[in-house]
Design a protein around this ligand. Structure first.
Ligand code: THU
Length: 131
């Protein structure tokens, strides 16, 4: 059984946020995802002068994990270096749902931490997997 330490995961997300490339929005976001095998993968947001090419921290963390062979996840953390709250965007919620419908989610900023689940964040998710 894998121990899920959400606060440690949030610390890893915070460390990843330091590497964010966010010259346009100014919001440096980091994410860390815990695989079912117990490994942690991180990502940060990477913006672009052609704004729509920007990718969120959460998707970078998940894609990083998939590129290393992990396709099942227990928990995901998001940290933004701000006083604004950053719950995961809709696109990232859908990507989480692809790999981890019962994911635990923690998000935090300089002042506040919120623990929730993907089921709460994305009820009625679209899927092509058989139920
Ligand atoms: N962003 C994330 O990294 N994750 C989210 O869930 C929401 C938004 C990034 C995208 C962009 O670089 C900046 O935050 C402002 O939208």
């Amino acid at each position: 059984m894998i121990n899920i330490d959400l606060i440690e995961l949030l610390e890893r997300a915070k460390a990843a946020a330091a590497n964010a490339y966010a010259p346009y929005s100014g919001y440096k976001v980091g994410s860390a995802v815990l695989s079912s095998e117990g490994s942690i993968f991180t990502g940060c947001n990477v913006e672009n002068a052609s704004y729509s090419l920007t990718i969120c921290a959460e998707r970078n963390a998940i894609f990083n994990a998939v590129a290393s062979g992990q396709k099942s996840f227990l928990a995901l953390a998001v940290y933004v270096d701000s006083t604004r709250n950053f719950p995961p965007c809709g696109a990232c919620r859908q990507v989480m749902s692809e790999f981890a419908p019962s994911l635990k989610v923690i998000f935090g900023n300089r002042n506040e931490v919120v623990e929730t689940t993907l089921a709460e964040l994305l009820p009625g998710a679209f899927s092509l997997h058989d139920a």
